[in-house]
Ligand binder design. Structure first.
Ligand SMILES: Nc1ncnc2c1ncn2[C@@H]1O[C@H](COP(=O)(O)OP(=O)(O)OP(=O)(O)O)[C@@H](O)[C@H]1O
Length: 397
């Protein structure tokens, strides 16, 4: 997990426990030690959609108003370690269809937060994007964006909440004051409408909107602050929303409720949403597509119900078997044996999952499996690929 630090609008450092104030909030003036916010200027696609409380007076932006698609290609992100630069993402490719909610699941350290940060070009030292591209409709390749263009893009197009959102607010200002700062920094000219939208969002998430806007950070519980973080990510009406475990301070039932509400807002406003989660149950309920990560790779990606209903990759199968309510048999559920790799223990060659894989073959120790896509499902596994190839041969015989 990761946090988006604010102060200077600096993005977060994945994996670093020491990131101050995290979850973030697009746009807005930052105050030292405050939650802040990279990315200024105007509000993304504010054309009102049915049911949405759109932000009025916003920019005329070519990418605004429609849900963007995202194409990640061969993305490699490395972190500097005592052993040298090691890849946290090793050539990830992932296509996110416009208008979908895509869940990213996988054990701790699999690279979920690093991937989410890369979509904002927000990987911080000691990490860096070492190769590949992230094409976002209306924005282009964000890996090539920098400086003011990048800050503007984050505000206009990208709403985001990173984990630990509860620590990201400015302790010196009320939430309402921070909301107004956010609106001004994005050139929202109807600030009263922005406040109405914020209240509406907070109330949908079960809070007293007026009271929360009048409160300082210390007057709110962790779960309330996380909901404020979600509100701030949505209130500017960005069309691409990136949520990295935004509800961990909430109990399980409230988490599920809030994510259901996020899903409703996604549908009403016509967004593209990426949601990092540890919770496969939540993923099953609110996502359209699921990408399963392991060792800095996307090992399987497809329609959520298909991935969960008939997992192809042995890692996906193991993940599902480890969760009783998904495997449907509490007697059968068991923890995945072994440990996920760290940057220093990733196999130098072959498949990243080889050490824990029940289907391991000789080739798995020497050749990295390619990602093969069939019928909307992408799987990177030699053991899965062999039967698929045989099937294809039969079909063409
Ligand atoms: N600042 C850093 N310096 C060195 N290594 C890092 C740093 N941040 C992340 N990593 C490493 O990169 C890999 C991917 O980390 P990342 O935080 O993206 O995983 P994750 O799947 O989001 O994990 P979690 O579920 O625990 O948040 C891990 O091995 C992690 O230890």
């Amino acid at each position: 997990m990761t946090a988006l630090s604010h102060g200077a609008g600096e993005p977060p450092r994945p994996g670093s426990a020491s990131v101050p104030g995290s979850a973030s909030v697009p746009g807005s003036a930052s105050v030292p030690g405050s939650a802040a916010v990279p990315g200024p200027t105007s509000v993304p696609g504010s054309a009102a959609l049915p049911g949405s409380a759109a932000v009025p007076g916003t920019a005329t932006d070519p990418g605004a108003g429609t849900a963007p698609g995202v194409r990640v290609r061969d993305l490699t992100v490395v972190y500097k370690t005592p052993l040298g630069e090691l890849p946290a993402l090793g050539g990830v490719s992932l296509t996110i269809a416009p208008g979908t909610v895509t869940g990213i699941v996988g054990e701790s350290g699999s690279g979920k937060s690093t991937l989410a940060l890369s979509l904002l070009n927000a990987v911080q030292p000691p990490g860096r994007i070492a190769g590949g591209s992230v094409e976002i409709d209306g924005l282009g390749n964000v890996v090539d964006l920098g400086g003011d263009r990048l800050r503007r893009a984050r505000g206009r197009h990208l709403g985001y909440v990173f984990q630990a959102a509860q620590n990201s607010l400015n302790p010196l200002k009320t939430v309402g004051k921070q909301l107004l700062d956010l609106g001004r920094s994005h050139e929202v000219d109807d600030l009263p409408a922005l406040v109405r939208d914020a209240k509406d969002l907070l109330e949908r998430m079960g809070l007293d909107g007026a009271r929360v806007l009048d409160s300082h950070q210390h007057e709110l519980s962790g779960g309330m602050r996380q909901r404020v973080g979600i509100m701030l990510a949505l209130v500017l009406n960005a069309r691409l929303v990136i949520l990295d475990e935004p509800t961990t301070a909430l109990d399980m039932i409230t988490q599920a409720t809030i994510l259901r509400i996020v899903r409703e807002i996604h549908d009403e406003r016509g967004l593209t949403t990426l949601m990092v989660t540890h919770d496969m149950g939540v993923a099953a309920e609110v996502t359209d597509r699921l990408a399963v990560m392991y060792g800095g790779r996307v090992v399987e990606h497809g329609r959520t119900m298909e991935v969960l209903g008939s997992p192809a990759h042995p890692y996906t199968r193991a993940l599902i078997t480890a969760i009783p309510r998904l495997s449907g048999d509490t007697g059968q559920s068991r923890a995945l044996p072994g440990r996920p790799p760290t940057l220093g223990t990733l196999p130098a060659r072959g498949c990243v999952f080889q050490e824990r894989c029940p289907l391991r073959m000789d080739i798995c120790t020497t050749v990295e499996p390619p990602s093969i896509t069939e019928n909307g499902r992408t799987v990177a596994c030699h053991a899965v690929e062999a039967p698929m190839t045989a099937e294809r041969r039969k079909e063409h015989a």
